[in-house]
Design a protein around this ligand. Sequence first.
Ligand code: KG4
Ligand code: ZN
Length: 346
Amino acid sequence: MHIGLILGIESSCDETAAAVLRNGSEILSNVVASQMTLHAHYGGVVPELASREHLRNIVPVVRQAVAEAGIALRELDAIAVTEGPGLAGALLVGILYAKGLAFALDKPLIAVNHLEGHIHAVVMGANFTEFPILALVVSGGHTHLYLATQTAGSWQYRNVGRTVDDAAGEAFDKVAKLLGLGYPGGPQIDALAPLGNPYAVPFTFNPIKSRDTAVDHRFDFSFSGIKTAVLRYTQTHALAPRDSATLDLIASFQSAVVGNLMRQTLAAAEAFGARALIVTGGVAANRELRRRFTAAAAERGLPIAFPSLALATDNAAMIAAAAWPRYLCQTHAPESLTAAPQLKLG
Ligand code: KG4
Ligand code: ZN
């Protein structure tokens, strides 16, 4: 088997990350410099500040990843970097640095789609033998369903569902902000939900109407409605921070979002004859989500896999892992590589 050392670099949003992987799955180092505390102050990611922080962090983060891997830069076989989607200025910091490093070391540069990275955060630790796999990528910026197949070592994706408004993670973050829980909201809601009654507040998801008949919208998502419903609830009920009514609201919100993610994903899995499920991205760290998806998949006899908690949120190990099949096929990025903020997968 070919032996290869790949340095992955990720800077699409608010984490500056670098990792070294051997053979696409063995993590030698995985360094993440989070800007969470900086952006928490504003209740969300501020693009200008993110770019500035990436500039500050990129050199020490890459140096640390290489040092922790116990290798010298010249031993690397390739450098992989996130091309998009993400914030233009943030992406550019990683891309320009990766380009400079690849040029200086005379190594190939591999461009990676961030969403494919999230899928490979799971693929790298699993052994899928049957296809297609249905992957739910659910994070602060994305809620997408992809049908993934592998032929002759390379991966193909088909986008079969997407959010028409907010991403699920965004809904967690906005609801948490509304309830004064701080940023990012997902982990806070995850921690508080078990203290409330998930049946206390009934939330409903209406069917999504779209005039675009060229695209199949059966497996789309929409989370702006539930966000507004939570806002209305707070306006019509006297709530105090972390009192029992607030905890009930939190539990009901999380339960409804997880239920909706499950219904759409399982319906798509059935419609497309998926042989396995992947649930990945920041929201895949959620405990209720993992528990309920695991139980529902088991009921249907479907194998299901999640990323480890460290690989659920943004990191560079997943970028190096997604680059591995491209490295083997020698699919390298052109010299003209630049940030693709709206890059699609499939
Ligand atoms: O994948 P990620 O790090 O960044 C994006 O690509 O967006 O995901 C971050 C998102 C945030 O919205 C955060 O609130 C959410 O993932 N998140 C969670 C949990 N941990 C992170 N949501 C629900 N439960 C969690 N435990
Ligand atoms: Zn992400």
